[in-house]
Design a protein around this ligand. Structure first.
Ligand SMILES: Cc1ncc(COP(=O)(O)O)c(C=O)c1O
Length: 397
């Protein structure tokens, strides 16, 4: 009898090459651990979705909004998004052709990379970075070009280095501002320089702005409005972080009509559309009361200051004060071992779950990402434990 090859041999090389994310690895280790764990690895608000948003989904389902929607998304949602984007960018946005509603910002990025990168093309990605654009680029058979930013500068985005990396093979450059994991903003002049270089080479800027409205100073202007080359900017946004809606899976991309049209084609053959009641919830989030969002932001600001102040008081560790998002990127290089080893020790001996810096691409070695999407009391317990690990390991007691 003919014997079949092992199942594993039928996995495509493209997929087999993708390694599990280190954050996922920490989740799995934490799931196996018992004890009173403090979760500081979490990448989502710990707040509930505002009640009026939840209600809008129920109402939509009850009135029969339970069928497929247009591939590009419910027109009312695109109109609300277009109106907001027009105000924010200062130029008119056409809801019919320049916007697509996606399954979170993650799908918007995936579609954008697949739409613009041919096999072998390069996607320039400054690091440390949220790792998904790296694996998405590989899934498109394109080549991620990781550009580690200098730790000495607090990982401030160095536009000159990004511009130098843009060449004839570049299909896209990822600009994430504020950054996950550093919470740094990219200055407008840097975005403009990068967009100008990208435009010269016929490459797109993938402006990941999912944390743009979760900033602690003035809300930064969208990338598309700080350059004359906005026809080369694909802007990615999401309801996940701004409205505490991670599980609803609603994001969007705004860009030139011809590119958005291609995205709709891919979206049609992969997910068709976003969950219909969730799109109605998103309309309520955009057009309803914004107080719950302001309250959440104020809580994040308090926690940010608390976390950074506490970290400053622990000898031999340090973290810059993030300008946006809800992460502190902490220099723990004084401790022994790689950041993955430090994160594992912190989990196994001190019951604190964090994400190692190397989960965010080249350049994150020696760092841990702490999320402050946890309540003040748990943050205090987590920081006490981190302090005692540092004191014990460095013999400071
Ligand atoms: C920088 C960044 N971009 C995009 C996303 C995608 O989020 P979502 O797909 O929930 O919108 C995340 C999620 O953690 C993120 O950190």
């Amino acid at each position: 009898m003919h014997s079949s090859p092992p199942h594993g041999e039928r996995i495509s090389g493209r997929v087999a090459e993708i390694e599990p994310q280190q954050i996922r690895v920490m989740f799995d280790l934490a799931a196996e651990a018992d004890g009173d764990l403090v979760h500081l690895e979490v990448g989502e608000p710990d707040f509930d979705t505002p009640e009026h948003v939840v209600e809008a989904a129920f109402e939509a389902a009850r009135r029969g909004e339970t069928r497929y929607t247009a591939n590009a998304g419910v027109l009312e949602l695109r109109r609300a998004l277009a109106e907001k984007r027009s105000q924010e960018t200062g130029s008119a946005v056409d809801p019919d052709s320049e916007l697509i509603v996606t399954n979170g910002g993650v799908e918007a990025l995936h579609l954008a990379i697949h739409a613009v990168a041919d096999p072998g093309d390069e996607v320039v990605i400054p690091t440390p970075t949220w790792p998904n654009p790296i694996s998405q680029t590989r899934l498109a058979d394109a080549v991620p070009v990781e550009l580690p930013m200098a730790a000495t500068d607090g990982f401030a985005p160095d536009a000159g280095r990004v511009v130098e990396a843009i060449g004839p093979d570049t299909a896209a450059v990822v600009v994430t501002s504020p950054s996950n994991p550093t919470g740094k903003l990219m200055p407008e002049t840097a975005i403009d320089r990068i967009a100008t270089a990208a435009a010269e080479h016929g490459a797109y800027v993938l402006a990941d702005e999912v944390y743009r409205e979760l900033t602690y100073g003035e809300t930064p202007r969208p990338a598309a409005s700080v350059t004359d080359h906005d026809e080369w900017v694909l802007s990615i946004g999401s309801f996940s972080k701004t409205y505490a809606m991670t599980g609803w899976r609603v994001g969007w991309l705004h860009g030139p009509a011809d590119v958005v049209d291609e995205l709709v084609t891919i979206h049609e053959s992969t997910t068709s559309c976003v969950n219909t009641p969730a799109q109605h919830a998103a309309i309520a989030a955009l057009t309803g009361p914004q107080e719950p969002i302001d309250e959440m932001k104020a809580a994040f600001r308090d926690r940010r200051d608390y976390v950074v102040d506490r970290l400053e008081s622990i000898p031999h560790v340090s973290a810059d004060r993030p300008e946006g998002a809800f992460y502190a990127f902490v220099d723990v290089s004084a401790l022994e071992g790689s950041s993955a080893e430090i994160a594992r020790r912190l989990l196994s001996k001190y019951d604190v779950v964090t994400a190692p810096g190397t989960a965010f691409g080249d350049g994150g070695e020696g760092y841990l990402r702490l999320s402050f999407a946890a309540d003040r009391e748990r943050l205090a317990v987590g920081l006490d434990r981190i302090e005692s690990m540092v004191e014990t390991e460095l013999g400071l007691e």
